[in-house]
Design a protein around this ligand. Structure first.
Ligand code: AR6
Length: 179
């Protein structure tokens, strides 16, 4: 599914983010930047040990939830890797929507600062961190659409959704938000 936000393209793709040929890939990391399961595990396996070497050297204190930091992308077919730490879902009244929106905004700002024209996002917080998919889709898409309307870059933003459930939730939300 593809929509145009001004001159920018926003796409939903069902697939594996480690295969995406983009300038920047975003990782759903933990606050220690210690690696883990889910998309984080897949990215470190595909990208190799250079990624962890770089984050250990540059960010020994990790990264706060809602923030984003950049590293090398190792063997991934991308120029940069951005690590952002989503909120753990605690029922929705603990600042989760604001923290999740901040992950997308800060990652997009880093993407632009690094001169990247294309970026691929996973559905941050919707796996181990338990954020309900339909609610996460609303927050993710709104924050990306708002950023693109305001900043008019990057040119190409992709959500790479792992499985039909995630793709369906994002597609339903996007249809409503661009109607
Ligand atoms: N490509 C795209 N999406 C994927 C892939 C992939 N290869 N693999 C999984 N997903 P999660 P979180 C989806 O758990 O909820 C890690 O251990 C997955 O189906 O990866 O932010 C970290 O180290 C889900 O929709 O991230 C943290 O400790 C989405 O990616 C913690 O999990 C996010 O699921 C972060 O939890």
């Amino acid at each position: 599914m593809l929509v145009q936000i001004g001159k920018c393209r926003l796409q939903l793709v069902q697939g594996d983010i480690t295969q995406q040929q983009v300038d920047a890939v975003v990782n759903a990391a933990n606050a220690q930047l210690a690696g883990g399961g889910g998309v984080d595990g897949a990215i470190h396996r595909a990208g190799g040990p250079d990624i962890m070497r770089d984050t250990d050297a540059r960010y020994p204190d990790g990264c706060f939830p809602g923030e984003a930091v950049a590293s090398v992308a190792g063997l991934l077919p991308a120029a940069h890797l951005i690590h952002t730490v989503g909120p753990v879902w605690r029922g929705g009244r603990d600042g989760e929507p604001a923290a999740l929106a901040s992950c997308y905004r800060k990652s997009l700002q880093l993407t632009v600062d690094l001169g990247c024209k294309s970026v691929a996002f996973p559905a941050i917080s919707t796996g181990v961190y338990g954020y309900p998919l339909d609610l996460a889709a609303n927050v993710a898409l709104k924050s990306v659409i708002d950023f693109l309307k305001w900043h008019k870059q990057p040119d190409d933003v992709r959500f790479i959704l792992f499985g039909e459930g995630a793709f369906g939730a994002f597609a339903r939300s996007l249809e409503i938000q661009v109607a």
